[in-house]
Design a protein around this ligand. Structure first.
Ligand code: R7I
Ligand code: MG
Ligand code: MG
Length: 374
């Protein structure tokens, strides 16, 4: 039985929160190399014992959730529409109120400038990052799930809004296109019924959309020039070193590897090295999508109750940027499996699950209301 749309909305936002909260401690310590399932599993197994004990503390959320909340709150306040100015203000206010949530090292410069009341162009601060090249960190992708929930059945709208929401902090093509891919993955998961799921088709469909509607645009301004320069340099270097050349359509490249991996089922180390486990969007979003798809089926060495739990643990086990990869994977998986798939103990233990639940309901009401009015 497929979960209801409301359940999927809830699963998506709560899934993102639990991925962030459970993944966060490992962003600091690491898990000991990709595929170290035992460490993550031992950590989660302690939840049942500790939650009822005295003095049990919640697992705190990080910047991933703090910013996703702003996106959701802004969409709710604007009846499901993405309003860049409003969102910029919320990002800035949130950062000022709680600066110690583990924000990326460079994005804080942008967040401070977004708080400036005289700022006329809210996209300007992001553009001056990295000598004008813009950030390709995964911060645009990690917070984009609420945008996908408001996409209804319009893929174009998902793409446009994901891009705008990311551009407030990430003007590098790989930065905002990572947000687009993550939003498309959530959107597609949300609208795929469980009995019709075919992981290879799911991935191929994402690849086609990215190829036809997103990475095909060669006239893409922004950092196009920097990218060209960078590409030339990369080609030159690789000719010398005879290494792999990274293509311009890096997300299509990742999705091609992903499609191949769904057939070959490589060890976690290979997944982490090819799809990435770092703080850059092009080396993390693919891993989140893969975690969701791979974990629809059992993973040897990972003993869990459900595909949802498996997804979170698997994503964290890839090591590296654990909170963010698990949060993105959790949003996609939650949009597919629904809220019932997330253990209640996890929800209780993860700070901010309750707010995510409420925001999901508000967004669901806005979306269903606008549908019946049309
Ligand atoms: O992308 P961003 O919001 O960071 C998100 C990450 C998540 O893992 C969170 O959990 C949190 O830990 O941070 O923040 P940015 O500062 O824009 O980007 C993150 C990092 O990516 C930067 O500090 C850089 O190390 C790297 N980076 C770049 N490095 C070189 N050249 C991003 N863009 C570039 C670049 O163009
Ligand atoms: Mg974080
Ligand atoms: Mg992170």
């Amino acid at each position: 039985l497929s979960p209801t749309l409301r359940s999927r909305f809830r699963g998506c936002l709560v899934g993102a929160v639990v991925g962030d909260c459970i993944g966060a401690p490992f962003e600091v310590t690491g898990v000991g190399g990709p595929g170290s399932y035992d460490i993550v599993q031992d950590f989660v197994n302690k939840f049942d014992v500790e939650i009822d004990g005295p003095g049990s503390e919640k697992l705190e959320y990080t910047d991933d959730t703090a910013m996703a909340r702003c996106v959701a709150e802004s969409l709710i306040a604007n009846n499901g529409q993405l309003e860049a100015k409003d969102l910029a203000k919320r990002f800035a206010d949130e950062y000022m109120a709680h600066p110690r949530r583990g924000y990326g090292y460079n994005v804080i410069t942008v967040l401070k400038r977004l708080g400036d009341r005289d700022l006329s162009d809210v996209f300007a601060p992001a553009r001056s990052q990295f000598d004008g090249g813009g950030s390709y960190g995964n911060g645009g992708a990690m917070r984009v799930a609420p945008v996908a929930l408001c996409g209804e059945d319009e893929v174009e709208r998902v793409i446009q809004n994901a891009k705008s929401s990311a551009l407030l902090t990430h003007s590098n093509r790989n930065g905002y296109n990572g947000a687009v891919l993550q939003a498309l993955a959530v959107h597609q998961a949300l609208h795929t019924s469980t009995d019709k799921m075919n992981s290879e088709k799911f991935a191929e469909n994402l690849l086609n959309t990215m190829r036809e509607k997103v990475e095909c645009q060669t006239s893409d301004e922004g950092t196009a020039n920097d990218n060209k320069k960078e590409a030339k340099l990369t080609t030159l270097m690789s000719q010398v070193k005879k290494r792999k050349v990274e293509r311009d359509d890096v997300y299509c490249q990742r999705l091609e590897s992903l499609c191949h991996f769904l057939k070959s089922d490589p060890p976690a180390e290979e997944v982490a090295s090819v799809l990435g486990n770092s703080i850059s969007a092009h080396n993390s979003v693919g891993s989140a999508v893969y975690s969701f798809l791979r974990c629809l089926n059992p993973v040897e060495g990972l003993h869990v109750q459900s595909p949802m739990e498996r997804t979170i643990l698997y994503a964290i086990s890839l090591d590296g940027d654990t909170d963010t990869i698990a949060s993105m994977a959790g949003a996609i998986a939650g949009a597919f499996h629904g809220i019932e798939s997330i253990p209640e103990q996890w929800q209780k233990l993860c700070e901010g699950s309750d707010t995510a639940l409420k925001q999901a309901d508000r967004l669901y009401e806005i979306i269903t209301k606008s549908k019946t009015e049309r």
